[in-house]
Design a protein around this ligand. Structure first.
Ligand SMILES: Nc1ncnc2c1ncn2[C@@H]1O[C@H](COP(=O)(O)OP(=O)(O)OP(=O)(O)O)[C@@H](O)[C@H]1O
Length: 241
């Protein structure tokens, strides 16, 4: 049973000041088995982020079905799920990490990770403990734990981002070019983090410009061409057309 099954997904955007619509992606088909790591590649502007943001429902899909196998709801179409269901899934089941840190101002790194747990209903004591474990696990310097992240380096911001997303132990984690502004050493750290997440059974979908980065990490790599993707995982093999 796939964790995610995307069928005939399409998304267009309205450019209001030009009074035009543009088709970002139009015929996207792929599925992901639980515990797998799928990489999505394609030229700049081919629609990679649009696919990821639509799975997270930051964008509302126009056409097609995005079946997600939820622990709480069973199979649910992310294209038509209610706002309430989407909020639940974001809180408990689906995480999203990009290179950008978009967080509440004047909260320390520790408070931000704790907050992610508190909003899940975890008690304060456990949240404090788990937040510290996560910050330690993702190697954020202890000196930074009680400071505001607006002055953090790119790598530090990213590690905090990953700590916030993964402390909730999401079943599905979406990675939207998280390594885009990192040096080689920081990229290696992210690689290790992804390996650990995978070893823990997390299903991952990631966009990386660096193809070498995905080597040996992804179970499958899907390529968006001319706004389209036709890929089916059949057993261990992937068939793309
Ligand atoms: N919110 C939006 N409003 C209007 N157009 C958008 C929006 N988001 C994306 N697009 C357009 O949709 C197309 C696909 O963009 P998307 O960001 O998904 O591509 P990408 O493959 O992730 O690109 P890159 O590799 O350069 O990040 C582009 O032509 C882009 O301009």
């Amino acid at each position: 049973m796939p964790m995610l099954d995307v069928k005939d997904f399409g998304k267009r955007f309205t450019i209001h000041h030009l009074e035009k619509t543009m088709q970002a992606v139009e015929d996207i088909n792929f599925s992901i088995e639980p515990g797998n790591f799928i990489g999505i590649i394609g030229k700049s502007g081919s629609g990679k982020s649009t696919v990821l943001k639509s799975i997270y429902r930051s964008y509302l899909p126009d056409t097609g079905i995005l079946y997600y196998h939820s622990e709480r709801f069973g199979y649910i179409d992310l294209a038509t799920a209610t706002e309430r269901q989407v909020l639940y899934l974001r809180k408990y089941e689906i995480g999203y990490v990009s290179q950008f840190l978009n967080v509440m101002p004047r909260r320390t790194a520790r408070e931000l990770v704790q907050h992610a747990l508190l909003e899940m209903g975890v008690s304060e004591g456990i949240a404090r403990l788990e937040a510290e474990k996560a910050l330690h696990h993702f190697e954020l310097d202890r000196k930074l734990w009680d400071t505001f992240p607006n002055t953090f380096s790119g790598g530090e911001k990213l590690r905090l981002n990953i700590a916030m997303a993964t402390v909730k132990k999401p079943r599905l984690l979406l990675l939207d070019e998280p390594t885009a502004s990192l040096d080689e050493q920081s990229k290696e750290k992210v690689r290790d983090i992804i390996k650990k997440l995978k070893a823990n059974g997390t299903t991952l979908v990631g966009i990386f410009h660096d193809i070498a980065f995905m080597d040996g990490l992804c179970d499958k790599v899907f390529n968006i061409k001319q706004k389209q993707l036709h890929a089916k995982q059949i057993g261990g093999a992937t068939h793309e057309s």
